[in-house]
Design a protein around this ligand. Sequence first.
Ligand code: AMP
Ligand code: MG
Length: 421
Amino acid sequence: MSSETVADCCADGHAGPALKLADALARILAEARPVSGTEVLAVRSALGRVLSTDIVSTINVPSHANSAMDGYALRGADLATEDETRLEVIGIAAAGRPFAGEVGAGQCVRIMTGAPVPLHADTVVMQENVTLDGDTAILSGGQRAGQHVRQAGEDIGAGDVALRTGTLLRPAELGILASLGVSEVSVRRRPRVAFFSTGDELKSVGEPLDTGQIYDSNRYTIYGMLTRLGVEVVDMGVVRDEQGAVERAFAQAAAGADAIVTSGGVSVGDADYVTDTLQQTGSVGFWKVAMKPGRPFAFGHVGDALFFGLPGNPVSVMATFYQLVQPALQALAGMPNPAPPLTVTAVSTESLRKKPGRREFQRGLLTRASDGKLVVSRAGREGSGVLSSMSAANCFIVLPENSGPVAEGEEVTVQPFAAFV
Ligand code: AMP
Ligand code: MG
């Protein structure tokens, strides 16, 4: 057994070693290259997209030294060390309406936040520290030369790389682009992801259920997770548990997609055709990961498309998608190093069952206790089929491969769902 694998712990029909999650992810990311093709979009339309060029600023941001406060602009050299300072008020500067003159020794200008600091002035005293006596401003002691001035180019300098290739454009980046006067940007095209469910028991919403049938919920969670990620989705519906049907679906998906996501049929049951079909029409990278929920999980290629065969159980679908598929799709989208999801430490308010072997993602509810400490309790019922636990939860409780049971009051690692787009 290699160091990348861990022994199977459970008699669930998947004998043999499974890959550790971290190694599975590393193998996937090694194959996930950014899609080729770019397009130029108006800045607002580029929200959620990934830059395909560096953005170099042609201007200083801010463009001029300006006041960070409402107050009075003056020469720092005029400030008395400890005592109050008396200066003549010679004019006013407001945002967008600069003071045209210059500030001489012994003089000051009334200034508003964002107004350019007038010539020869280099310091602002906030209005709360100033009293007026006719045209004389009396500044209280304890001021510091240079204070409350935002320097030109302090945020971004002319010639600076403001945003790098591979940056995901979020609201802050849209604002930065606008602050540079940029109206259009070149972004990578969105990865196209085809997805379908497999299973003879599945009905689509709108159809009546016969005995033994269930509604196909995975296609909805997968749709939601893909759409949140900002990829282009191709919904291929439900595919029957039949070798030919699965093969045809693979071929059709691979023809137009950069990645294929399926659910169900990756086990070793009689009606599980996904891994076999992957082997025959593409290539299998691996198909077992030591995580719970989530084993089995098939990764490979069909033509040029990356293939992710998620398990059928609805909680397994979400857990494997977030841990293994989302980072890969972010890499396809052109993000060079998708940040690993944020984790925090919290105290478990209850004991947790856990057998050494697999990395577990139990559903948790993270809250702050009255003493200020982060605490986590189990959310919803256990079981990889209990999708309501994902709705009740706001985090995964992540229990590492080698961990055993957790006692009440022990610290555990928690992955808030907010990390997942
Ligand atoms: P499978 O991996 O195909 O053996 O499916 C495992 C379990 O997940 C079974 O109980 C299936 O009925 C259920 N399941 C599979 N696909 C879906 C789906 N699209 N929506 C809801 N449940 C599913
Ligand atoms: Mg099935």
